[in-house]
Design a protein around this ligand. Structure first.
Ligand code: AMP
Length: 429
């Protein structure tokens, strides 16, 4: 099969790496890709917003299947337009991608299906929203309804912060994404991510993961797109996985089908494991980045077969098996990220750092300049390791990082701390 992969991050490098191992693959193209993806795919420069151009490329190269990595093209309806043109694609339609594109939409699905989630109210006007936060008090969570590149959520620990967040939304800080605001109850517990493939009717559980969103050690500093992750998430026991499937995922899939907008693709549930069990914080309608990286190195089965089954409605006929090993990925970012940072600095010694067969170095923001690899983004590399325990995977990842020669990069030194302290306390018992 000829495959076109859309995207340019570490998630897409991990997908490209997994797809390039598929027995079904003839040729892999990626757009726009990055230096790492370029090692396993032909890079093409397409204007992804121009769906006509993507369709024309698919016809020219006889593309059999398009895999869409990021959310923006899904929300923009790329899968609808490809499907209408007779080109098979992996990912939800625009209508189904609203599970990620609109927080108020997802809350409506939760109401309709009785899915456990934080209590909430929605507003399209500032004054009633301000009155509501004043009535409820802090801590409280203020969310811009639409896609705001991870910046639209404020967990306000004081009333002043909550008021400021509401004002920012209605003052246009998030553009259209902030025209409506969801204000919700503050949940306490441990967060975990759960990934399933969905074909419109059947949900095939993939795996669990946990990530680190803050920029600096000790979960301090500003929020980022994610500084590291590991899989599985120790907090997600078999019982919690079963409850998440029956109480959250399956009712969502059934509700979307009943509404005439069946969901197909990856459904990524962000969960809070509260003392009353798992509650849905949010849905994403694509793989997480960097969670995809740790999933792909643990997957024993062919990712392409699984994604095709999701597109074809045959997930009930396939299974996904996982290594028992733990996978961890540590993000190396350009110094200054998530604020301003330099582009174009050279990274050396990557091949040497990736010698260990338990290490994969996925590129998140790089570009090739002849034989040189240059940083080309905020998050730049994902050093991914598999090991017998979180601690083992962590040691391998940081050993590889020590070999990378990139003075302009940094990483957190404590990825996995929560899981490692859990491993230690269960050993002590
Ligand atoms: P979201 O973009 O909805 O995933 O929110 C980003 C982050 O905000 C989540 O990963 C949580 O850490 C936090 N968060 C979101 N909603 C809540 C909530 N209701 N209670 C506590 N924390 C939350």
């Amino acid at each position: 099969m000829n495959i076109l992969l859309i995207g340019s991050g570490g998630r897409e490098h991990a997908l490209a790496w997994a797809i390039s191992n598929s027995p079904l693959l003839t040729k892999l193209y990626a757009s726009p890709g990055n230096a790492g993806i370029g090692q396993v795919a032909d890079l093409v420069s397409l204007a992804i917003e121009d769906h006509g151009a993507v369709i024309a490329f698919c016809r020219e190269k006889a593309i059999d299947f398009v895999v869409v990595g990021p959310e923006a093209p899904l929300v923009a309806g790329l899968v609808d337009d490809l499907t209408a043109a007779g080109i098979k694609a992996f990912g939800p339609t625009r209508a189904a991608a609203r599970l990620e594109g609109s927080k108020a939409f997802t809350k409506g699905v939760c109401d309709e299906a009785g899915i456990p989630t934080a209590a909430y109210a929605r507003f399209d006007n500032k004054d009633p929203a301000l009155a509501y936060v004043r009535e409820k008090g802090a801590p409280i969570v203020v969310k811009a309804d639409g896609l705001a590149a991870g910046k639209g959520v404020v967990v306000a620990m004081t009333l002043d912060e909550a008021v400021e967040a509401v004002e920012a939304c209605f003052d246009g800080s998030f553009g259209d994404a902030g025209a409506e605001v969801v204000i919700e109850e503050f949940l306490t517990g441990e967060e975990a991510s759960f990934f399933v493939l969905v074909d419109g009717a059947t949900a095939l559980p993939l795996a669990t993961a946990q990530d680190h969103k803050r920029a600096f050690d000790g979960d301090q500093g500003p929020n980022t797109g994610g500084m590291g992750a590991y899989s599985p998430a120790p907090v997600m026991t078999e019982e919690l996985v079963a409850r998440t499937l029956s109480d959250i995922i399956e009712p969502t899939v059934a509700t979307m089908a009943r509404r005439g907008t069946p969901f197909k693709g990856v459904l990524y549930a962000g969960l809070m494991i509260t003392e009353n069990g798992p509650k849905l914080i949010e849905y994403n309608t694509r793989f997480g980045d960097p969670e995809c990286q740790v999933l792909m190195v643990r997957l024993k089965d062919d990712i392409l077969t699984l994604m095709l089954a999701a597109a074809d409605g045959t997930l009930d006929k396939v299974s996904a098996r996982w290594k028992d090993d733990v996978a961890m990925t540590v993000v190396m970012a350009a110094k200054g990220y998530p604020g301003s940072y330099k582009k174009g600095t050279e990274i050396r010694n990557l091949d040497d750092a990736a010698q260990d067969p338990d290490i994969e170095i996925f590129h998140a923001g790089t570009k090739a300049d002849g034989d040189r690899i240059l940083a080309n983004g905020g998050r730049v590399l994902n050093i991914t390791a598999v090991g017998k325990s979180v601690e083992d995977a962590r040691d391998k990842a940081y050993t590889a990082i020590a070999r990378i020669d990139w003075p302009d990069g940094f990483c957190r030194s404590d990825i996995g701390w929560r899981a490692i302290s859990r491993e230690k306390s269960s050993k002590d018992r």
